[in-house]
Write a protein that binds this ligand. Structure first.
Ligand code: MBD
Ligand code: FE
Length: 286
C-alpha cells in the first residue's frame, strides 16, 4: 500500500497513486458541474467521440491496435496516471481558454503535484528544506500588484522539485512539506523567498505514460520549474510556473506549458547561487 505522504517506491504506480489520492482529497469535481445542461454534455461528448472515430477511419485502425488502446487505457487507471496524463497532454489548452481574458500576469498549468495548506513562512522566509538539501541557493524577491499598479497584500504558494527532480508527497523518503511553502506579502506587496534551484523533471518512464512516450518516440522531459499559486482578496487566483533561461526543454516541454513571459532572469549571487526578481500582476475579479 502507498499513502499520499509516503509512497514506498519511486515508481510510476507509487507517484500515480499519490496524485490520484491527492486529487480526490482536494476536489469535488462532479459537484462543481452539477448544473451543466445535458445539451452541453451531449455536444462535448459527441464531438470528442467524433474526433476519435475520424482518426480511426483516416488511419484504418486495426483490431490489434484497438485492443492495445483498450489495454493501455486500463493500465493508465491501474497506475493512477490519469492526473499525470491529463495534466501533461490536455491541461494547457484548458488553461489557455480560461485565462485568455486576463491583462495581468500570464499563468500556466497546475500539474498533478500541488498540495494545499503548505506551512506559512511570512513575507521573508525560507521554504522548508532538509539540512543537507542539494542544489544552488535561490533568493527570490518580488511584489504582487493589481493591474492598476497598486500593491496587494496576498499570498504566494510555492512548490517545486528537489535537485533530483522529485516532489515531496509524490516520491519516497522526502519530508512531507519539503520544498513547499506559503509566503505572504507585506503592506507594500513585497516578498523575499529563499529556496534552491530545482532540477528538470522527467515523467516516470516505467508506467503507462512512459509507455506511450517511448512507443511514440517522444521524450519525457519538462524544463526545471517553480510552481506558484498567487492570490489576493478580490483578485483572480493566478496559477503559474517559472522557468530558467537556457534549459534545453523550454522550447520542447512535454507538457507544453512554457511561455516566454514566465522565463526568469537569474543573476549569480555574491555568496553563491542566484538571485531572481520576479513579481506578479493579478487581475481584479469581475
Ligand atoms: C510536473 O512536475 C508538472 O509540473 C506537470 C505539469 C506534469 C508532470 C510533472
Ligand atoms: Fe512540476
Amino acid at each position: 500500500m502507498t499513502t499520499m505522504e509516503h509512497p514506498t517506491e519511486a515508481t510510476a504506480a507509487a507517484s500515480g497513486a499519490s496524485a490520484t489520492e491527492r486529487f480526490h482529497a482536494d476536489k469535488s469535481p462532479f459537484e462543481a458541474v452539477k448544473d451543466t445542461p445535458p445539451e452541453r454534455v451531449n455536444t462535448l461528448a459527441r464531438e470528442v467521440l467524433a474526433a476519435v472515430h475520424s482518426t480511426i477511419r483516416k488511419h484504418n485502425v486495426s483490431y490489434d491496435e484497438y485492443n492495445a488502446l483498450k489495454a493501455w487505457l486500463i493500465q493508465v487507471g491501474e497506475d493512477g496516471e490519469w492526473p499525470l496524463f491529463l495534466d501533461v497532454w490536455v491541461e494547457h489548452v484548458v488553461e489557455e481558454v480560461n485565462t485568455s481574458h486576463r491583462t495581468g500576469n500570464k499563468g500556466t498549468i497546475e500539474g498533478p503535484y500541488y498540495a494545499p495548506d503548505a506551512p506559512e513562512q511570512g513575507a521573508t522566509g525560507t521554504i522548508p528544506m532538509r539540512d543537507n538539501e542539494d542544489g544552488d541557493p535561490l533568493v527570490w524577491t518580488g511584489r504582487i500588484t493589481s493591474t492598476d499598479g497598486k500593491p496587494l497584500a496576498g499570498k504566494v504558494e510555492l512548490w517545486h522539485a528537489d535537485n533530483d527532480g522529485f516532489y515531496s508527497q509524490f516520491a519516497p523518503d522526502i519530508p512531507e512539506w519539503n520544498l513547499r511553502g506559503t509566503f505572504s506579502t507585506d503592506a507594500d506587496g513585497k516578498f523575499e523567498i529563499t529556496t534552491i534551484r530545482p532540477a528538470p523533471y522527467m515523467i516516470p518512464t516505467d508506467g503507462s505514460c512512459g509507455k506511450l512516450i517511448s512507443a511514440a518516440g517522444w521524450h519525457p522531459w519538462r524544463p526545471a520549474h517553480l510552481h506558484v499559486k498567487v492570490s489576493a482578496p478580490g483578485h483572480e487566483l493566478l496559477t503559474a510556473q517559472l522557468y530558467f533561461p537556457g534549459d534545453a526543454h523550454n522550447d520542447d516541454d512535454v507538457a507544453d506549458a512554457v511561455k516566454p513571459e514566465l522565463i526568469l532572469d537569474p543573476k549569480p549571487a555574491e555568496k553563491g547561487g542566484y538571485t531572481i526578481d520576479y513579481g506578479f500582476v493579478l487581475d481584479p475579479e469581475s
